[in-house]
Design a protein around this ligand. Sequence first.
Ligand SMILES: [Fe+2]
Ligand SMILES: [Fe+2]
Length: 285
Amino acid sequence: MDIKTVPPLGGEGQDCLRGLALAALAATAWQDKLAGVQAISDAAVLDCGKTFAPSAVLPGRPPLPELVAPSQVRQRSMATQEGRAALLHALAHIEFNAVNLALDILWRFAGMPEAFYRDWLRVAREEAHHFDLLRRRLEALGYAYGGFPAHNGLWEMAQRTQDDLLARLALVPRTLEARGLDASPQIRSKLAGAGDAESAAIVDIILADEIGHVAIGIFWYKRLCRLAGKDPIACYAELAERHGAPRLRGPFNLQARRAAGFDEAELAALQAGDAALLPHTESQA
Ligand SMILES: [Fe+2]
Ligand SMILES: [Fe+2]
């Protein structure tokens, strides 16, 4: 990996785990962002109560890929190398956004227990690993991250939920990342069916980690619901409605969702097409 120095972010919080996360979030080059995640040591000071006033535009991102509307991201044939590269690029962009999302939750939401920040640091590291696996695979096929247009759906949900941690947990890990669990088997089988076993193996690694990310989201979502005296299912429906989350569509990866900790009532409602319970997105993290 070509690692450059992470630019300082006004010098604020650089020695604090959450400040380092903010600095990595502000980094624009992917190389700097990955280096920024690597630079967050387990031994860094963790101040759970600190608040930050970022001076950089968030999230930092490179000039490419060009961001376009989801309808403008073309589906391509898996029969060609370019088609498979376009799919891998779409996944890499999702992972790039997933790195940003995990870093964002670290600095933005103060006042949570230490274990909360440790959990999301693990997620940030795994997302960075996923991005790196995919961009290396793209390079092996003769392409690069930034070489195809991409859409920004994942980060848009981060913006909508920037003032509300409960909504962030409900609609990002429990919705967008959970949608990724559903999408993985089809993506894997497309790649394997095209004879691209190496790319399919990367999707396997990502799926195994993503179950853990959704589990972390479910754990902290339910804990916050409990503390606030809210019913998790009713609260979810309310948040999905308030933030305009679109409906989910099957097929659902029930095995992975169960492994992540979705309970049977939620899965039954999902399968019954209960629009109020779980919305549709097309993202994977
Ligand atoms: Fe994830
Ligand atoms: Fe990921």
